[in-house]
Design a protein around this ligand. Structure first.
Ligand SMILES: *[C@@H]1O[C@H](CO)[C@@H](O)[C@H](O)[C@H]1NC(C)=O
Ligand SMILES: *[C@@H]1O[C@H](CO)[C@@H](O)[C@H](O)[C@H]1NC(C)=O
Ligand SMILES: *[C@@H]1O[C@H](CO)[C@@H](O)[C@H](O)[C@H]1NC(C)=O
Length: 302
């Protein structure tokens, strides 16, 4: 398993330098997020991530086409793996953003920021779950394994057979790959902390998520070509076969049925290569270079 020092070399664009930044100095950091297209001018009261943290979030979405019909039919979309079946940030027209933000310090008060039911469009608000407290920009490491209390984003699949699904394993295994092995982190930029712990946020670039996904999906599809080509509909991203090939290729064999903690991820794709593909649309504007044009007329950041 790579050490933090070697990851710092691998992730020059991540927020590593922020660790232990309680020195009273403001530093300019780069964050990423995925938001509904029409909310792309806002930053305050939103959750953001480093590259690996956001790769976890956006890779989860690849199985929703398979998982959501099943959990919606059973009215059981409450699990860690299926929470996003009803999350506006995982459906509809989305954009991926690169943000520049000055941060003074991080703390343990990571908050869930979302547009909650009965709130207006793009009206984000945050709450900190019990135990998440202390000053600083809230930070949570992407984790996998254990109970709900130990790791709410990717707890162990249910021991009861009808309630353990392929997507519980996919969720766990991508969290393990991008979190425990990749150093993924999430941060909450709450309005209450603005000016105190973070300030001067700006949107560096915002791109259409479907465009951004092309380079990332293309990398996985070319690596797993034999698997995808054997599907009845090799290009149907909503089909069980395509989704299964996607995770078998990304995470290695048995991704839908076995837990793959760090040290047991043989065959998984390299996190650094995936990050380059994930960032391609933000780094380049030209589609011929895997780039995506910046979305015009960014709304002013409130
Ligand atoms: C939920 O519904 C699907 C059919 O849509 C079914 O295959 C599945 O076994 C059901 N039960 C659970 C616990 O997911
Ligand atoms: C950042 O914020 C501080 C405090 O509000 C302000 O004094 C400073 O000019 C800002 N810097 C930039 C580059 O906007
Ligand atoms: C793709 O697969 C899904 C799930 O099997 C199916 O509902 C959908 O109709 C397929 N799309 C096309 C274009 O055939």
């Amino acid at each position: 398993m790579p050490t933090r020092a070697s990851l710092a070399l691998l992730w020059p664009y991540a927020a590593w330098e922020a660790h232990g930044a309680a020195t009273g100095e403001w530093r300019t950091l780069t964050f990423y997020d995925v938001v509904p297209a029409h909310c792309r001018g806002r930053v305050s009261n939103m959750d953001v991530a480093n590259v690996a943290g956001d790769m976890f979030f956006s890779t989860k979405d690849k199985y929703l086409a398979v998982a959501c019909p099943s959990c919606l039919a059973n009215k059981s979309c409450h699990g860690a793996a299926t929470f996003d079946c009803t999350n506006p940030e995982s459906t509809g027209q989305l954009v991926v953003r690169q943000l520049s933000v000055e941060v003074l310090a991080f703390g343990d008060a990571y908050s869930l920021c979302d547009v909650w039911p009965h709130h207006g469009e793009c009206e984000y608000s945050c709450f900190a779950p019990p135990g998440h407290k202390g000053p600083g920009v809230g930070r949570e490491r992407v984790c996998a394994g254990g109970s709900w209390r130990a790791c709410g984003m990717a707890p162990d699949p249910s021991p009861v057979v009808p309630f353990r699904h392929a997507w519980d394993y996919w969720n766990w295994n991508i969290a393990s790959r991008f979190g425990n092995s990749g150093g993924g982190e999430w941060y909450s930029l709450t309005a209450a902390d603005e000016g105190l712990h973070w300030r001067n946020a700006s949107v560096v670039k915002a791109i259409d998520q479907a465009c951004q996904a092309r380079a990332f999906d293309g990398l996985v599809v070319s690596r797993g070509a034999a698997c995808f080509e054997a599907c009845p509909q090799p290009a149907n991203r909503s089909s069980e076969c395509w989704v299964d090939c996607f995770f078998e290729t990304l995470l290695g064999p048995g991704a839908a049925t076995t837990l793959k903690p760090p040290g047991a991820q043989t065959g998984a794709m390299d996190v650094g290569h995936l990050a380059d593909a994930w960032l391609s649309g933000l780094r380049h504007d030209d589609p011929a270079k895997g780039g995506c044009p910046p979305l015009s007329a960014l709304l002013p950041v409130p």
